[in-house]
Design a protein. Structure first.
Length: 202
């Protein structure tokens, strides 16, 4: 039973990661190599705050989300101006920089050994560290992420993303700020990815 619950929890987490990637790659057509790095930022940020500063899940989650969004904003500010292979190479470079920082900033990340001793996850007094409570928590967050994604892609914003994916020039002609839309969807996807990272750290 414990194995099945753990497996279902992991499925929920990876569903969030897949939804974020689908938004960035499937709808916007942005082939990004920085996806895993953004997940790592969310995971390490939350874990470091909980282990080293004794923060609770909610504030640690909020800071992890903001930290990941800031990195995504900086990445998007550079890479959305690039097209095709150049965009891919740009995100690949950022991913390598993030990996290098995580491995060498030992005071925060503990290097290649990773962080250990993460406290038992509590939410408003309820223990959700493992088992059924953690599965329900993951399932609830997965449902929220999928609902947000559905609302985005069902709205005119989703049509704009698909237009940019199919023909960027047409999107410009129709009056869309392609770079801004790309940056926005990249940051939204990064926030979703950070959420999965935090769950992996719990």
């Amino acid at each position: 039973m414990g194995y099945v619950v753990t497996l279902l929890s992991i499925i929920c987490i990876y569903t969030i990661l897949t939804a974020a990637m689908d938004l960035i790659l499937g709808y916007a057509g942005l082939f990004s190599f920085v996806h895993a790095a953004l997940c790592g930022i969310g995971s390490y940020a939350a874990a470091a705050l909980m282990v080293k500063l004794g923060w609770g899940l909610v504030p640690a989650f909020g800071v992890a989300l903001v930290a990941t969004a800031v990195v995504a904003w900086a990445t998007a500010g550079i890479t959305v101006r690039l097209d095709g292979h150049y965009f891919i190479l740009g995100t690949f470079c950022v991913a390598n920089v993030v990996e290098s920082v995580m491995e060498n900033w030992t005071d925060v990340t503990n290097g290649t050994n990773g962080l250990y001793g993460i406290p038992v996850t509590r939410l408003f007094g309820w223990t959700i560290a493992s088992g059924i409570p953690f599965l329900l928590f993951c399932a609830a967050l997965t449902a929220i992420v999928l609902a947000v994604k559905w609302l985005l892609v069902s709205a005119p914003y989703g049509i704009t993303l698909q237009t940019i994916r199919e023909d960027e020039i047409v999107a410009w002609v129709l009056g869309n700020n392609v770079r801004r839309v790309r940056a926005t969807v990249f940051i939204i996807g990064a926030a979703m990815t950070a959420l999965a990272g935090v769950l992996l750290a719990c």
